[in-house]
Design a protein. Structure first.
Lengths: 175, 128
């Protein structure tokens, strides 16, 4: 059993920050800023909250809360298209026998956010526990988060707040 | 030579991105097939000529490991090379997959260069 404890080497909050910044840069091509948490208390936009569990030598949960408008941009960036363009326009000339795809819809946005968390989770577990332990990962679950839920989440001590393209994102790891 | 490629991932967006990445990497692609879990993939493999499979591990219905085990028991499918693309980085898990016959492992997030190198290594083409 690996203890879920904060040490200088593996502070979960710090490791989650590192994992999130890495994945956003590599997968969504977006840079992340770390604001003062107290300055980001209110949220007017509807948000997605996605979380997933890992089990193995230790157990825990990771989660993200992302405003819907930012989620759209992330989905577009992951796919390498513009938010208002049909998905996969590059392939729209039927070079692969596939016609223009549907515009980015809510299912694809949620899919992108789930996948971002999935990759963050893999990165986080390696940073926290090294590359020897084997963890089983749950399928990420997604739901909508209202202003009250956002306020409750941001008040938790384990929650990191980041700014991505002027939108706040909440990120947490919990043992 | 153009390769018929099957992409197995429960994430539609990852399937699309991988297909796009294969094109950006100038991999010579013939027919492209998609499946959202191992069960769907096996149905495609049994009904179509596939040269190379890219598969995720964590999927509902039938995960990637179960799919690879089923392929290894099928005399018509056991020679088809499988590349695992996953978020996992456990060396223990990766070694287990190699023992089961997985030809290569790519950790997400992936790049066109990573995908191109793996395809060339497996299919015996020169990089370049």
């Amino acid at each position: 059993m690996i203890l879920w404890e904060k040490t200088m080497a593996n502070d979960p909050k710090k490791m989650m920050e590192e994992a999130f910044i890495y994945v956003m840069e590599k997968m969504a091509f977006m840079f992340v800023d770390v604001p003062v948490k107290d300055e980001i208390s209110n949220m007017d936009d509807v948000c997605f909250h996605v979380h997933m569990d890992f089990t193995g030598p230790t157990t825990g949960r990771l989660g993200l809360a992302i405003p819907m408008k930012l989620a759209l941009t992330i989905a577009a960036n992951v796919m390498g298209t513009e938010p208002d363009e049909p998905v996969m326009n590059i392939m729209a000339e039927n070079i692969m026998g596939m016609g223009p795809d549907k515009p980015i819809d809510e299912d694809l946005i949620m899919d992108a956010i789930r996948e971002i968390l999935n990759v963050v989770c893999g990165r986080f577990l390696t940073l926290m526990f090294g590359d020897k332990p084997v963890f089983d990962l749950s399928v990420p679950q997604i739901s909508r988060l209202d202003a009250g839920g956002w306020g409750e989440m941001i008040s938790r001590p384990e929650v990191n707040v980041f700014m991505v393209e002027n939108s706040p994102v909440l990120v947490y790891a919990r043992g | 030579m153009a390769y018929n490629i099957l992409v197995v991932d429960d994430s539609e967006i990852i399937r699309k991105v991988l297909i796009k990445t294969l094109l950006l990497a100038n991999v010579s692609v013939g027919e492209l097939y998609e499946a959202s879990n191992g069960k769907e993939a096996l149905e495609i493999l049994r009904g179509s000529w596939i040269d190379l499979v890219f598969a995720d591990i964590n999927m509902p219905v039938m995960n990637g490991v179960e799919m690879i085990e089923m392929m290894s028991k099928d005399g018509l499918l056991d020679k088809i090379p499988v590349v695992v693309i996953s978020t996992e980085s456990s060396s223990t898990r990766i070694n287990e997959l190699k023992i089961k016959g997985v030809r290569a492992y790519i950790q997400k997030p992936f790049t066109p260069e990573m995908v191109k190198k793996v395809v060339n290594d497996i299919m015996g083409e020169d990089d370049g």
